[in-house]
Design a protein. Structure first.
Length: 697
């Protein structure tokens, strides 16, 4: 599809009059429809957009914050200078747990994170982990208090409406030990309903805390409170949390989550001296509600919104001169810098918290060791280029290459733009940072000199895909169980009625029911006797297959999911509540039949101690075979973690051990009461019925 014309007159946001922008890479208003329903809807949308821009956002940007004055920290515990020095933000009070209350459990006071008077970017030094952390502390409850509210903020200099946690972006770090209990108390002061999903967590025994709207819960309505409470068991490593409602994560609702193991240093086969989090993401200057309206409309054949910029830990750099007429922080940006001590090893926990783009990350003149994938510790594997797609996490160990040309080198963070359908002429696809090594006992000051380092010779990837699984093997080796069942899943986009392109699994597209979650209907519907002895089968007794594709098991099953990607785009598929074995990935053709799989694995030297993860990428027209032990009772989503594809219907569900799920219930009456609150449906993606009967573009 040819790029849209960029010459038309644009309306810019946050100007007098407050009209939202239109551009070649963002949604344009649809032509007037003859249908009075469509016209009425768009009148309502217009009023809402004007309201979002003109009303106070609840939290205003703080002009006294260092960012507003042209200074702040970068996104990796980096210093992000802007041409002059300014005082660093004052550190927040240290929060220490209370003494142990019993032999088995201690309880911490809720971390007192004071919401700032004005919206601001979070001090990214919070994402540098304390090496004095006590991995062996007694299990305790770690409690957090979050206020979610709308605000205007400028992560890359350009102001846009956002949804913030405690007035800051990105969200606060959740850090705990395996065996701890997490409590997150949410006060939703935002305009729309929302939810929080803790990405990659098993939620053993607490399926109702998974945070998936329309599946395990109704959303948290505006001006209401809700608490997530769950125990972290059987896993450790790098995770994150994000909104799981109408792509709101890209509006600001996200943050990192780190789980420490008592054996963390033993499981990491390379010792390290520092530990920090690096979140990378694509960034849009428009609200996701506006972008979704354009993406889901009739006649749009899977034309995903192309981002405007890249961010590292919520920070990016754009020149205001490139955005005339936009409200923008007017400063001269300097280079983000990562200061690392020489002769030390540094653990960098990369998380792709974006909506759409794959990132390719590399350090000039340096290779590195990958030591963790999606919370699974692996034997060190050497790479010089890291490919990471939305939802995925990798830990790498970096130390100075003594033969490098200088003490400063580039860290290049690039979006793989070959996977974008259309062009956004405003896009800056690369955000580079300076890695500056310093001697022990000294501390670098001032702006880092621009590196003259030598880039790796090969060009950027043209295919969105994962690292080679043949080189990634877990430290804790599992004997892979034999499959009890094989399920073939065909993933595709199908153009249906009224020219609506929707994501499908086996030609079933998901349509969310926000006020009647799947889990609630399972518990409330009497089971047929015939379902009690099933192995794995479609549940069509409770669910309408045209809207919800649900596979149910009655007992523990080990299932080979053979996934064919019949789409030209890549898909990072994520399974809730479980990790799976990545048995094989193919770039073309068809996967082996079940009877031939063992021979195929042997021939390609696969299947022995295979990688375990929760998000796997299948490139366009490729395939994968993943083996999952469905042993965690609950209603679990399996979906593409491309936010636009998930909202477009590329989601199915696994009802694991249905009888046990029915016994456990939905988590109490409070979970059901949420579904009847005023505003519970606010912020939902547009209903497909909007376009029925409308043939206009």
């Amino acid at each position: 599809m040819a790029p849209r014309d960029d010459t038309e007159l644009e309306d810019q946001p946050f100007l007098a009059g407050g009209s939202p922008r239109r551009s070649n890479a963002t949604p344009t208003p649809r032509r007037q429809s003859s249908s009075w329903k469509v016209a009425g809807f768009f009148l309502l949308v217009t009023i809402t957009v004007f309201g979002l821009i003109l009303i106070p956002f609840g939290i205003k940007a703080d002009p006294n914050h260092p960012l507003e004055k042209g200074h702040g920290h970068d996104g990796m515990g980096m210093e992000m200078g802007h041409g002059h020095d300014a005082p660093a933000p004052k550190p927040e009070p240290e929060h220490k747990p209370e003494p142990e209350k019993t032999e088995h459990e201690a309880v911490t006071k809720p971390p007192v994170e004071v919401t700032p008077l004005g919206a601001r970017l979070r001090d990214t030094s919070e994402y540098i982990l304390d090496q004095a952390w006590d991995y062996h502390a007694a299990p305790q409850t770690r409690e957090y208090k979050w206020t979610i509210a709308n605000a205007g903020l400028n992560p890359d200099g350009i102001y846009r409406p956002m949804i913030l946690i405690n007035g800051q972006y990105p969200g606060p770090l959740i850090e705990c030990n395996e065996g701890d209990t997490i409590v997150v108390n949410i006060d939703n002061k935002a305009i729309n309903a929302t939810s929080i999903h803790f990405h990659g967590l098993f939620q053993n025994g607490t399926n109702h805390m998974d945070g998936t709207v329309g599946i395990t819960q109704c959303p948290i309505a505006p001006n209401t409170q809700f608490s997530y409470k769950f125990k972290v068991d059987g896993q450790s490593g790098t995770y994150w949390y994000h909104a799981h409602h109408s792509a709101q994560a890209s509006d600001g609702l996200l943050g990192p989550l780190i789980i420490h193991s008592k054996k963390e240093r033993e499981l990491q086969k390379i010792d390290y001296d520092t530990d920090r989090i690096i979140m990378v993401q694509d960034h849009y200057h428009n609200l996701t509600s506006e972008l979704l309206m354009n993406y889901l409309k009739s006649g749009n054949e899977n034309d995903e919104p192309v981002p405007d910029n890249a961010l590292i830990n919520g920070r990016g750099v754009r020149k205001c001169a490139d955005f005339p007429g936009w409200k923008c922080t007017d400063h001269t940006p300097a280079l983000p810098t990562l200061d690392l001590e020489k002769d030390k090893r540094h653990r960098l926990r990369f998380i792709n918290v974006g909506a759409f783009a794959e990132f390719q990350i590399q350090f000039d003149e340096h290779s590195f060791q990958v030591t963790e994938v999606d919370g699974t510790d692996i034997h060190p594997a050497q790479f010089h280029r890291l490919n990471i797609l939305p939802g995925q996490r990798y830990s790498v160990i970096l130390e100075q290459n003594k033969t490098a040309s200088a003490d400063t080198v580039w860290m290049r963070t690039r979006m793989v733009t070959h996977c974008f359908t259309t062009e956004n002429k405003r896009l800056t696809a690369e955000l580079n940072a300076v890695v500056r090594y310093f001697d022990a006992g000294s501390k670098p000051t001032g702006a880092a000199p621009e590196p003259k380092s030598i880039e790796w010779p090969e060009g950027i990837e043209i295919i969105c895909r994962d690292l080679d699984i043949a080189n990634l093997h877990p430290v804790i080796e599992h004997t892979v169980p034999a499959p009890t069942d094989t399920l073939r899943i065909n993933a595709s986009f199908v153009i249906g009625d009224w020219r609506l392109a929707r994501g499908n699994f086996n030609y079933h597209s998901w349509i969310m029911n926000a006020t009647s979650p799947s889990l609630h209907r399972v518990v409330d519907t009497p089971v047929k006797k015939a379902r009690k002895d099933l192995a794995i089968a479609i549940n069509s007794d409770i669910f309408d297959e045209s809207k919800e594709y649900v596979m149910e098991t009655s007992s523990v099953r080990t299932v080979d999911l053979t996934i064919n990607n019949f789409d030209d785009g890549s898909h990072p598929f994520h399974l809730h509540g479980h990790k799976f074995y990545v048995m094989a990935i193919g770039e073309k053709g068809y996967p082996p039949e079940a009877k031939d799989l063992n021979a195929y694995l042997k021939e390609h030297k696969l299947g022995v101690n295979p990688l375990r993860r929760d998000t796997v990428t299948i490139q366009g027209y490729g395939w994968a075979i993943i083996r999952v032990v469905l042993d965690n009772p609950g209603m679990w989503a399996f979906h593409c973690h491309n936010a636009w594809h998930a909202e477009g219907g590329m989601l199915m569900q696994f009802l694991v051990q249905g009888d046990e799920v029915r016994k456990r219930g939905v988590g109490g009456q409070n979970m059901k009461a949420m579904c009847k609150l005023d505003g519970v449906t606010s912020g939902m993606r547009p209903d497909d019925g909007l376009w029925f009967g409308n043939f206009d573009d």
